[in-house]
Ligand binder design. Structure first.
Ligand code: PGA
Ligand code: ZN
Length: 428
């Protein structure tokens, strides 16, 4: 099943910004597709997304150089290779690029090709993508974390915290977790209208309301859960993505809502206090990606049941995850394929995370496409959790809906751990 030709095009993500779509054409008329997403609160250790930088074309965001790399050097390298040998293709792409962070060819070029090769191989085998990627071992439908309110870099810093997410702890199935989320998302929308706080939706489709403080949003989350008829702390818990690297200047963490500067230890006190006062099950990037020592101190202070997730801290990079494991920095890793740039490295990051007893969470980006690769990746690797933004907008719903279809495909083989997944968190 050899690659015959490789094509690449500029398409647009959910913010309307240019991104890359790649088609890998193989024998027997098989075509695999890969479309790459794009972050806004990107970590500085992420693989590089190659943009043209010409201010007259899409404000510098066009991707013609990345596309030219696919059509030129990359096509030349991989034509003739077997689509079923993902690892060999990915290693050759990494080697061809030759940099630490894929900055020569662009991680957007490399990942689009890598995803398209995986898709082509699954089609060649006549299998669903999750079956192909997981060699038939993937059967765990993930517990969703779904955004109710968006802030930070996704909502012009209306509030400082980037994501206020809902986790349906007691849902007995994936589909029931969506039903609970629907109820809370809608109840939250009704309450915001009643309170005159509706301002719009953030980049991932969560509400972007006018609140004076981050605490007020946390109070509101509890209110919305109760208004939907669920018990906060039992049926539903809150997950936060603080995206703290965006708040940190190397010395202090700064909040605008209300305006205040915190040292690392003061910021740790704040997070610990929130986790005590609110039903919070998970905190992502509670500290900055350079503030390693503070992560260890936070872990020592938090209740062992709270999931501490590194996103910008680890950037889906095995080297950084290993460092975090050595230092007891967290107990979970956010997994975003475009932070590292190939399917092979993404799966390796998930495996490393799990081998060490930590929890992987497969994640979308704030700029998404209609691509559903990550839904398949989550099931293929039995990751157990997924984070795709809110419960609205086509690019988000495409993933939630694909997981319904995957569940249907698995039939009676489908597993769902729901909130019990957090029982796996290592006690320190
Ligand atoms: P991003 O946001 O895609 O803008 O980085 C998602 C996240 O921080 O988890
Ligand atoms: Zn994040």
């Amino acid at each position: 099943m050899k690659i015959r030709s490789v094509e690449a095009f500029q398409i647009y993500d959910s913010r309307g910004n240019p991104t890359v779509e790649c088609l890998v054409n193989a024998d027997s008329g098989i075509t695999g597709v890969g479309r790459v997403p794009s972050g806004a609160s990107t970590g500085r250790y992420e693989a590089l997304e190659l943009r043209d930088g010409d201010p007259r074309r899409f404000r510098g965001l066009s991707v013609s150089t990345a596309i030219a790399h696919i059509q030129g050097e990359i096509a030349e390298l991989i034509v003739g290779h077997d689509v079923r040998d993902q690892r060999a293709v990915d290693l050759r792409l990494i080697e061809l690029d030759g940099t630490q962070n894929k900055s020569r060819l662009g991680a957007n070029a490399i990942l689009a090709v890598s995803m398209a090769v995986a898709d082509a191989a699954s089609k060649a085998a006549g299998k669903a993508l999750y079956e192909h990627l997981g060699n038939g071992h993937g059967d765990l439908l993930p517990l969703p974390e779904i955004q109710i309110v968006g802030g930070g870099a996704h909502a012009h810093r209306q509030v400082d915290v980037q994501d206020f997410l809902l986790v349906a702890m007691n849902a007995a199935s994936y589909e029931e977790s969506l039903k609970v989320t629907y109820d809370v998302y809608r109840a939250a929308g009704d309450l915001l209208l009643q309170q005159g706080r509706t301002a719009g939706v953030a980049d991932e489709g969560g509400y972007w309301p006018s609140f004076e403080t981050n605490d007020a949003v946390l109070d509101f989350m509890v209110e919305a859960i109760a208004a939907a008829g669920y018990a906060p702390g039992r049926d539903c818990m809150i997950s936060l993505d603080i995206a703290a690297s965006d708040l940190y200047d190397g010395e202090y963490y700064s909040f605008l809502a209300p305006e205040r500067r915190y040292t690392s230890d003061e910021f740790i006190d704040l997070i610990v206090d929130w986790c005590r006062r609110y039903p919070i099950i998970s905190v992502e990037d509670p500290l900055a990606d350079s503030d390693w020592a503070a992560w260890t101190r936070l872990g020592d202070r938090l209740d062992a049941r709270v999931q501490i997730v590194g996103d910008d801290l680890f950037t889906t990079n095995e080297r950084r995850i290993r460092k975090g494991i050595d230092r007891h920095s967290a107990n979970a890793v956010l997994i975003k394929p475009n932070q590292i740039g190939t399917v092979t490295e993404t799966i390796a990051a998930i495996e490393l995370t799990r081998e060490c007893g930590w929890l992987p969470i497969v994640s979308a980006r704030s700029g998404e496409t209609e691509d559903t690769f990550i839904a398949h990746l989550a099931v293929a690797t039995n990751a157990g959790q997924i984070k795709v933004g809110s419960f609205s907008r086509g690019e988000r719903m495409a993933k939630w809906n694909e997981l319904i279809r995957i569940g249907r495909g698995l039939g009676r083989r489908a597993q769902f751990e729901g909130g019990r997944i957090f029982e796996r968190i290592l006690r320190r």
